[in-house]
Design a protein around this ligand. Structure first.
Ligand code: ZN
Length: 330
């Protein structure tokens, strides 16, 4: 039973006038209006999804994030409460391939408005096994094989999920999220549209800043512990040399370390980047051996007090500054 029906009409009118509740929306009694405060109850898998949901959803959504701030997201395990709570969500936003535990739980939850951000842009293979060439010309082929194998999971296994670190791809995802929110909660479609446009404008400006800021540099190569920057590198004509693979906690092989030594010399790389949420031991040892500096390049998989900015846009700007410094931007 809807508790609001019991509130005397006068009180309701007052509340509406004060903007405390959105009864008009509730009267449509759509399944999407599940939140007790009339807001769309959104569950986001990790920070880059949370940011999109908050920016685009604005005041019409109440966002819960499965990955707590400061937790490394790739190895996330969900509590039974989190898993159980998923089926109560009105709208789930996740990115398949980042967090296996979340992928499974989302599938189990069977929520109607479930959006996989990976489907809103194009994923590529950047060689999850380290040492591979970062050839983007493989992209077309990857998709060409899909029919033959027929097993979706296998095909997706090699795809790099870190699309949010490319402002252009992230903007594509933002567009898709905006459209899906309009569908899930049509009463507020105009606001979702407006918020999406505003965010995309910001992301376009960020893209321009990267493009201009990284145009003229002494080297195009950067070394990083966590191979999260494949899309970013490709977008701006850089080469990412990942010490470990897509998993930030993976220990690099001695052969890979040797390889990095020669790459660093040849490319005149100056800096070994590490990230805020994972161990910096490998980066520091390697930098010391090579006589290089260390720096922070934040893969934005979570935001904490230690992040170099309060939100996605700010951290991306400080990543740009760090890259410009390491690459010798002119
Ligand atoms: Zn990652």
């Amino acid at each position: 039973m809807n508790v609001r029906r019991l509130i005397p009409t006068a009180a309701v009118a007052g509340a509406v006038a004060l903007g405390l509740t959105t009864l008009s929306a509730c009267s449509s009694s759509d399944a999407a209006e599940g939140g007790s405060d009339g807001k769309l109850n959104v569950v986001a898998s990790f920070y880059p999804m949370q940011f999109l949901a908050e920016e685009i959803g604005g005041s019409h959504v109440s966002v819960t994030t499965l990955t707590k701030p400061g937790t490394e997201p790739h190895d996330l395990e969900l509590s039974p409460r989190q898993t159980g709570g998923l089926s109560d969500a009105d709208y789930i936003l996740f990115l398949k391939g980042v967090q296996p535990a979340v992928d499974d739980a989302v599938e189990q939850a069977g929520v109607k408005n479930t959006v996989d951000a990976a489907k809103l842009t194009t994923l590529e293979n950047h060689g999850s096994e380290v040492g591979h060439d970062h050839g983007h010309e493989e992209e077309g082929e990857e998709h060409g094989h899909e029919g033959e194998h027929g097993h979706e999971g296998e095909e997706e296994a090699g795809l790099d999920p870190h699309i949010w670190l490319d402002p252009v791809k992230y903007a594509e995802v933002a567009e898709g999220v905006g459209k899906s929110l309009e569908k899930a909660d049509p009463d507020h479609a105009a606001d979702y549209r407006k918020n999406t446009d505003a965010l995309v404008t910001e992301l376009n400006a960020l893209d321009k800043a990267y493009e201009t800021g990284l145009k003229n540099t002494s080297t195009k190569t950067f070394i990083t512990t966590h191979s999260a920057f494949g899309y970013l590198a490709e977008r701006y004509g850089l080469t990412q040399e990942g010490i470990a693979g897509i998993d930030p906690e993976a220990e690099p092989s001695p052969a890979r370390i040797d390889e990095i030594h020669s790459v660093a010399e040849e490319s005149k790389a100056t800096t070994v980047f590490f990230e805020t949420l994972a161990s910096d031991k490998t980066a520091k040892t390697l930098a010391k051996d090579l006589g290089l500096k260390t720096g922070v390049l934040d893969p934005l998989e979570g935001i904490t007090d230690k992040s170099a900015g309060a939100d996605y846009i700010e951290v991306m700007k400080s990543n740009l500054t760090a890259l410009q410094k390491a690459l010798g931007a002119k």
